[in-house]
Design a protein around this ligand. Structure first.
Ligand SMILES: NC(=O)c1ccc[n+]([C@@H]2O[C@H](COP(=O)([O-])OP(=O)(O)OC[C@H]3O[C@@H](n4cnc5c(N)ncnc54)[C@H](OP(=O)(O)O)[C@@H]3O)[C@@H](O)[C@H]2O)c1
Length: 260
């Protein structure tokens, strides 16, 4: 069973009846993560803006409930948590996975691109985590944030995105310390190059996506692109009862990119 800190709710976790929220669960890493938690016996609430991809995530993959929501819209973080508690009565794991990329070097940035990335990648995870706090305290729960491994270094042409993720990592470390006395763990994963539609969602042309992939391969010691399931393994593992002494870490899942 994946998902729960055993300190306060060990028996429930062991029976696999924990409740997990995954944002951005309609595609890519979020989809794989929702399915991995469900395969471990958790009840999963899959959040995203588009209903159809969420339905595809859920179809035939166990107890996954789609919840259509824009996490950046006013009041939505609170509404999501209220809906989860109304349906399931508890919340054990929050996976802040939804994220967007709007590339651009200084001199080409638009206010819309900056604020959209901040709103999705930073403000929404903060408000969702805050809304989830009382429920996570009751369950002895876990917050898992999804960062990026490339953001550990300079990222010319994509610095605003990297800045939102670096900030998310600082929140991870800080909240881990703040929330440890309340029995809540806070961790993060930092994926490298993973095979998802994120480049399409960013609006990159097929040629540009191919160029990015070539660059990523050249900078990944394992010399391949990762699979969403490999990130999901790390997320479910860090949220699992066996990880009960791990908090405040950011785990790279990047084929060695960050150490090369
Ligand atoms: N793929 C990589 O190489 C890579 C590397 C490092 C880090 N990451 C991070 O991994 C996470 C998952 O990305 P991915 O690669 O799986 O990309 P993806 O397929 O584009 O997934 C992002 C998901 O977030 C959802 N989303 C975006 N804005 C939202 C909003 N306002 N409210 C609710 N849902 C929203 C999207 O669905 P809707 O459009 O339907 O809302 C989409 O399903 C992101 O945080 C990304 O930054 C990815």
């Amino acid at each position: 069973m994946t998902g729960m800190n055993t300190d306060k709710s060990g028996s429930t976790a062991a029976r696999g009846s924990g409740v997990v929220v995954v944002t951005g669960a309609g595609t890519g890493i979020g989809r794989a993560t929702a399915r991995a938690f469900a395969a471990g016996g958790a009840r999963v609430v899959a959040v995203g803006r588009r209903a159809e991809p969420l339905r595809e995530t859920a179809a035939g993959h166990g107890p996954i409930t789609p919840l259509t929501a824009d996490i950046t819209a006013e009041g939505e973080p609170d509404r999501i948590v209220r809906a989860v508690l109304a349906a399931h009565g508890r919340l054990d794991v929050l996976v802040n996975n939804a994220g967007i990329v709007r590339g651009g070097a200084l001199g080409t940035l638009t206010p819309e691109a900056i604020t959209a990335q901040l709103a999705t990648n930073l403000v929404a995870p903060a408000l969702l985590s805050q809304a989830a706090l009382p429920a996570l305290e009751r369950s002895g729960g876990v917050i898992v944030n999804v960062s990026t491994s490339v953001g550990q270094r300079a990222w010319p042409g994509n610095a605003v995105y990297a800045a939102t993720k670096t900030a998310l990592e600082l929140l991870t470390r800080s909240w881990a310390v703040e929330l440890a006395p309340r029995g809540i763990r806070v961790v993060a994963v930092a994926p490298g190059a993973i095979d998802t539609p994120i480049g399409e969602h960013q609006g990159l042309t097929p040629e540009r996506r191919a160029a990015v992939r070539e660059w990523q391969l050249a900078h990944t010691p394992l010399r391949r692109i990762g699979r969403p399931e490999e990130v999901a393994w790390a997320i479910t593992g860090l949220a699992a009862p066996g990880a009960s002494f791990i908090t405040g870490v950011v785990l790279p899942v990047d084929g060695g990119a960050v150490v090369a």
